[in-house]
Design a protein around this ligand. Structure first.
Ligand SMILES: O=P(O)(O)OC[C@H]1O[C@H](OP(=O)(O)OP(=O)(O)O)[C@H](O)[C@@H]1O
Ligand SMILES: Nc1nc2[nH]cnc2c(=O)[nH]1
Length: 178
């Protein structure tokens, strides 16, 4: 992909590895949720690419719903207080929920979402994240289905952005300033 003159992209996880892992996750989730009413709850915006591929790798008639959250201001970002900017369209009553994220970093976002969704009548709530920066965790969250553990480096692509750019990359990449 064309980049600004002062930066280049370095592939951390290539498209083929991502697709292979997503297919494996899809097979596991298909086995685990057979006969259950499953809804994938994707957290916008970063998870839009992952959930599109994951949903098609699951051989069950899943529902897909979306939620968007934002931290309450920069100064309180580390407090883990999260505001729901876009709520789900459908009730979770009698549903099994799989939260789909692109990345878990400090864990603050998912910690809030996990607790919140558990209080909304779902039969079960589990988490699936493509990437996990384990070394950055501030609060423990159970990542039941995980694509890749990655080191503490800023990455873009496959849904992840820097200032809204690069979400459409097929690979997960580092941005290197030249
Ligand atoms: O574990 P945490 O430290 O809470 O970080 C993880 C969150 O950060 C990213 O979202 P971001 O705020 O970049 O929004 P976006 O998905 O809209 O790009 C990612 O999609 C997670 O939601
Ligand atoms: N785009 C992007 N968002 C993040 N949020 C937490 N870690 C990351 C990262 O490495 N890249």
């Amino acid at each position: 992909m064309r980049t600004p003159a002062d930066e280049r992209l370095e592939v951390m996880i290539g498209e083929r590895d991502i697709q292979e892992r997503v297919a494996q996750l899809g097979r596991r989730i298909t086995l685990d949720y057979e006969g259950k009413d499953l809804v994938l709850v994707a957290i916008l915006k970063g998870s839009f690419v992952f959930v599109a591929d994951l949903a098609r790798a699951i051989d069950l008639p899943v529902a897909v719903d979306f939620m968007a959250v934002s931290s309450y201001g920069m100064s309180t970002k580390s407090s883990g207080v999260v505001r729901i900017v876009k709520d789900l369209d459908y009730s979770l009553d009698q549903k099994h929920v799989l939260v789909v994220e692109d990345i878990v970093d400090t864990g603050l976002t998912l910690n809030y979402i996990f607790g919140h969704l558990k209080s909304r009548g779902a039969m079960s709530v589990k988490i699936c994240s493509l990437l996990d920066k384990v070394g950055r965790r501030q609060v423990a969250v159970p990542v039941h289905y995980k694509g890749f553990e990655i080191p503490d480096e800023f990455v873009v692509g496959y849904g992840l952005d820097v200032e809204e750019r690069y979400r459409n990359l097929k690979d997960v990449c580092r941005v290197v300033k030249i």
